[in-house]
Design a protein around this ligand. Structure first.
Ligand code: NDP
Length: 293
């Protein structure tokens, strides 16, 4: 039987409406207008689109957005200086630095400079540590989007065999960390999984992925996960975004895997829209922290 398609787009719309209500409530009760600063260095076309989409999403949610578009020739000192100013500006609650940065800029040093109380991507060592200890301040946007989708679709991860393919700092590792906790954002049911993480050095990937009751894939390889690699009845979460002609496709071979999975996220229309929704939610949370400080 063909899988249920998990509609990330409509769940993201719902979350964005909830955020818009929260933004309005915060403004009416405290006078604080939630504000996100986005820093884009260079001319990468995909990054320009991502930043523009984030700007539009902020606007629709009533969040003020301040965009800092810097030339590719920007030096470390200039970029760190800008981040210092944004860190000190009380009117700015969230700061994001769009990745990738031009090669001459040291990504880790740049991300480390963002004040952790404004680090709405949850990339700072402090925020990563808090997540790992099960007491997050912010949850990273894409993994949080995955957990939101599962929760809102009534899919528990507790007690399940979860396999995460990919171990990046922004997707794979935080997903592993979140599934492993004793308690999730909505209680025990979206934590407490038995988690395996696979990567490019995993031997016999298919034998690992076939164990998964919930399979989460973030590797950046178009349609790499095929039906033979999926356990019948598994829930398959495809986080990949791969450019293909004018469109995009995921890391999962959607057409074959949907025939064997019980539920699957499409690309586009799955996890992508949730990532932006969670960025808005983190910005609201940062503004609420600031208002209550
Ligand atoms: P990275 O390139 O940082 O990490 C990729 C990971 O996949 C690495 O851990 C790598 O292993 C592993 N990997 C690569 N090839 C294979 C393979 N053949 N078999 C098993 N593991 C493999 O990517 P990101 O985590 O940043 O992104 C992954 C995908 O998710 C991309 O398509 C990206 O566009 C997408 N993405 C989507 C988002 C969304 O909003 N939906 C947000 C962020 C990312 P190793 O560590 O050994 O090199």
């Amino acid at each position: 039987m063909a899988a249920t398609i998990l509609d990330g787009k409509s769940i993201a719309m719902q979350i964005r409406m909830e955020v818009a209500e929260g933004v309005l409530r915060l403004r009416e009760t405290t006078g604080v207008v939630a504000c996100l600063a986005a820093v884009l260095v260079g001319e990468d076309p995909a990054s320009q689109v991502y930043v523009r989409n984030k700007e539009i999403a902020c606007h629709k949610a009533g969040i003020e957005s301040r965009m800092f578009r810097l030339p590719a020739s920007t030096t470390m000192e200039e970029l760190l200086g800008l981040l210092d100013r944004l860190n000190q500006d009380d009117a700015i609650h969230g700061i994001l630095v769009q990745l990738p940065l031009p090669r001459h800029l040291e990504e880790r040093r740049v991300l480390d400079r963002v004040d952790s109380a404004k680090d709405v991507d949850a990339f700072s060592p402090e925020n990563v540590g808090l997540i790992s200890q099960g007491r997050p301040r912010f949850l990273p946007c894409t993994p949080h989007g995955v957990m939101q989708l599962l929760h809102r679709c009534g899919i528990d991860v507790a007690g399940k065999e979860v396999v995460v393919v990919g171990r990046s700092d922004i997707v794979g590792k935080p997903l592993v960390s979140m599934c492993l906790q004793k308690s999730g954002p909505w209680g025990d049911s979206n934590a407490n999984a038995t988690v395996t993480c696979a990567h490019s050095r995993t031997v016999d990937l298919a034998s690992v992925t076939r164990r998964a009751e919930i399979l989460m894939v973030a590797i950046g390889k178009a349609r790499a996960i095929t039906a033979e690699m999926v356990r019948p009845g598994a829930v398959v979460i495809d986080i990949g975004i791969n450019r293909e002609g004018d469109g995009i496709c995921g890391d999962v071979d959607f057409d074959s895997v949907k025939e064997i999975a019980s539920a699957i996220t499409p690309v586009p229309g799955g996890i992508g829209p949730l990532t932006i929704a969670m960025l808005l939610q983190n910005t609201l949370a940062a503004a609420e922290f600031a208002a209550s400080a």
